[in-house]
Design a protein around this ligand. Structure first.
Ligand code: FES
Ligand SMILES: [Fe+2]
Length: 418
């Protein structure tokens, strides 16, 4: 249970709030680079700031204020040129650093050499990695963008799935340190929806949570689980500050504002050995719907089930009314670490998991239950037998609504019948 004040401290993300300032010390995935292939300008809202994301004709990405620095017109109705984005109202042209580089009327007539001074627009750095676009919205100098090892894996089919979640980011992230829900939300509930009349999922017998340089690891033992199971020997990581890595995919919960979250998932599946070498030209990005035609939450797919839990906790979960128990130790650890991180910022130190050393950032290992498979691959026969990857050959079970063209590209990459 938390006090109302502490709940507010941990959940609010606007500029100047303690959590808003903390989250701004990290790079966040904000979408897929392929989203800008056809439409080069996209509106976005991140941590209570209205912005536009664009790709100019030279291929540079920019993330700038939604409003023009001249008289505040909506930049999403402008257009991109060789170097930057141009406002449609009076034609000012701005580049990805926010500098005004053209003011057509002034340039032609005023001759004032200082006309472009002191009118920069807000602009944040954007980089591409793993097909994702990453933004840094904090104080300079920016830390390194960590290259998590899975982004270096070769011979894989990757896809990015986005979902707009109408609730606060923290309740989504607390799910990253919640092993017991797999037994109930994913196993027993799925079985019940298919008509089961008993709770037959393997029970959790033991869960442990450990601090780790880049997050919190959880390990678990369930009924019928072999002693040397990687669920116990390796575990999974709640990646700092708002990610989750499960061995075959990442999930991030990126705050849009206090009441909305962008769910960003990045999936990797190594093609069977028989299909190597495989090079994916572009990583597809798609948006997963979360409501059905009746306005109810979609519950058929794994992450959609998680979303049912998150939005069900309320727009901003009221943690003054919760009752944590031993299965929730990881969640308490997470909250305490966030509070320590806020204190670190006050004292002028970097919070947890900020990387400044480029040698460290260029390939950061994570606890990875699938590392051997991801690095070395499996023959098709073995891939079919894998508990998680095998079913993916038949259908994408994690998010509802995979577009047929993405399935087709996957089927071609893997070399299976559609
Ligand atoms: S408002 Fe954008 S150029 Fe005038
Ligand atoms: Fe889940």
């Amino acid at each position: 249970m938390l006090s109302a004040a502490r709940n507010e401290t941990l959940t609010r993300v606007g500029p100047g709030t303690p959590m808003g300032e903390l989250l701004r010390r990290y790079w966040h995935p904000i979408g897929g680079a392929s989203q800008l292939d056809n439409e080069p300008i996209k509106t976005t809202r991140l941590m209570c700031e209205d912005l536009v994301l664009y790709k100019d004709l030279s291929g540079k990405f920019g993330l700038v204020d939604r409003h023009c620095p001249h008289r505040r017109a909506d930049m999403s109705y402008g257009w991109v040129e060789d170097k930057g984005i141009r406002c449609n109202y009076h034609g000012w042209l701005m580049n990805e650093t926010g500098k005004v580089v053209e003011q057509p009327y002034e340039d032609l007539t005023s001759g004032n050499p200082r006309s472009k001074e002191n009118c920069d627009m807000k602009a944040y750095e954007v980089r591409e990695m793993g097909g994702l676009l990453w933004a840094y919205m904090g104080p300079k100098p920016a830390p390194e963008l960590p290259v998590w090892e899975p982004f270096t894996y070769a011979n894989g089919f990757r896809e990015i799935i986005l979902a707009d979640i109408p609730c606060n980011w923290l309740q989504c992230q607390e799910n990253s340190c919640d092993p017991v829900h797999f037994e109930w939300m994913h196993d027993n509930w799925s079985a019940r929806m298919k008509g089961a009349n008993a709770n037959v999922a393997a029970k959790h017998l033991k869960v442990v949570f450990e601090d780790y340089d880049y997050g919190l690891i959880y390990r678990r033992v369930r009924e019928n689980q072999p002693e040397n199971s990687k669920y116990w020997t390796v575990g999974r990581v709640a990646l700092w500050p708002n990610g989750f890595y499960l061995g075959h995919h990442f999930e991030w919960r990126v705050p849009v504002d206090d009441e909305n979250t962008l769910s960003v998932a990045w999936f990797f599946m190594r093609v069977p050995k028989e299909r190597e070498p495989y090079v994916q030209e572009s990583v597809p990005t798609w948006i997963s719907p979360i409501r059905d035609a009746n306005g109810r939450w979609i519950s058929s797919h794994v992450i959609n089930q998680d979303i049912v839990a998150w939005v069900g906790q309320g727009t901003i979960a009221d943690r003054t009314k919760e009752n944590l128990r031993s299965s929730d130790i990881g969640i308490s650890m997470m909250r305490e670490q966030f509070l320590r991180d806020m204190q670190a910022i006050k004292e002028g130190r970097d919070p947890k998991a900020v990387i400044r050393d480029p040698d460290v950032a260029k390939c950061v290992l994570l606890p990875d239950m699938y590392r051997d498979i991801n690095l070395n691959g499996l023959a098709m026969e073995d891939l079919k037998k894998d508990r998680v990857l095998g079913p993916r050959l038949k259908e994408f079970r994690h998010h509802y609504g995979q577009p047929p063209e993405v399935r087709k590209a996957f089927v071609e990459a893997i070399g299976i019948e559609s």
